[in-house]
Design a binder for this molecule. Structure first.
Ligand code: SF4
Length: 145
């Protein structure tokens, strides 16, 4: 089976900033398991962030929380570690949680902490994409099934 990198929160791991998850429905997970060798990652944890943690957004290329604390280095490390894992498994595809500052493939929050989304990629999605790994999100997961 071909490998598929997947955001761990989409599989039900409570690794979100608020210690919850973004679990896909069971049928979708079953279909993915039948077709792929699922490789879960959580770039933020792999970058050394605790759970729970402050919500962050991308602003002017930096990852900041509402008090302007800068976590850019953690997020870059998480992206690098994610790429290492993807390369270890020769993965060519990744299913990542949309709009996350790490995992967003098509949209991210705009840095104003007002729930406003803009087109863009999270740090890890961008890193994988630049290394020829095709990224998908839960919003277009049907393409993978
Ligand atoms: S970094 Fe990615 S895998 Fe981890 S909680 Fe956020 S969206 Fe999910």
């Amino acid at each position: 089976m071909q490998p598929l990198i997947i955001s761990a929160c989409l599989l039900g791991v409570n690794c979100k900033y608020n210690a919850s998850n973004n679990k896909l429905d069971d049928i979708t997970i079953q279909k993915l398991q039948q077709k792929y060798n699922l490789i879960p990652i959580c770039p933020e944890i792999m970058g050394g962030m605790p759970t729970p943690r402050n919500p962050v957004e991308i602003k002017n290329g930096k990852i900041i929380d509402q008090k302007n604390n800068d976590y850019t280095q953690n997020f870059q490390k998480g992206a690098q570690e994610s790429l290492k894992i993807a390369q270890l498994f020769h993965a060519q595809k990744a299913l990542l949680k949309e709009s996350s500052p790490s995992c967003g493939s098509h949209t991210i929050y705009d840095g104003s902490f007002t729930h406003k989304k803009i087109p863009g990629m999270g740090i890890t999605a961008e890193k994988l994409s630049h290394n020829k790994i095709q990224t998908y999100s839960e919003e277009n997961v049907k393409i993978l099934l």
